[in-house]
Design a binder for this molecule. Sequence first.
Ligand code: FES
Length: 217
Amino acid sequence: MESPFDILRIDPDASEAEIERAFRERVKETHPDQGGSTLEFRKVHAAREQILAGNTDLIDGDDLERGDVRTSQGADTTVPEDPRSHVEYLNFEVFEDHGWSLEDDDLFEKAADADLEPADYGHLEVDPNETLLEAAEDDGFEWPYACRGGACANCAVAMTDGDLSTPVDHILPEEMTDRGIRLSCVGTPTTEDATVVYNVKHLPELDELKLPPRPFD
Ligand code: FES
């Protein structure tokens, strides 16, 4: 019998974002396709379901092993989930040419129809321990950054759907985070899907929060 918090390796007072982040990390570690065990994988799913439902009962691995794959909350834990986050991205630098605004409700529909270059619009998969900036770089893109440490706005992105958890953010004022502005160099997705506009360092309100650009910016 194990505590659901021990299974996810989190404190009992962990926030929902911390729970989701820990879940994604543990799913990746225990996924049978990645060399993990099916039982551990089921325990991780059961732990998340219980914690989110406010149920702190110990989890009985024997129940899960016997094929009783329903948690006490009735959640099915048999379906393997893809632990990656799916991110649709768009470059803020193309907005002016197209007359778009961050407030446009159909921004990403318009982007999908605009025949943009892959560097300006497309989809990324982000691994559980990966930041959004790292995922973009893994795909060969050069998204802007300067400090890579949460101390400037050069890597800022605007989340139009979904969210990023940014444990280190010494720079963005609350009114910017309330508008969905996040730091891609330290931000890991906390949602399965997200839409994000990168290069929003060009917003006038972020001007004073930027560091001098790298020579090739
Ligand atoms: S590059 Fe400075 S906070 Fe991300």
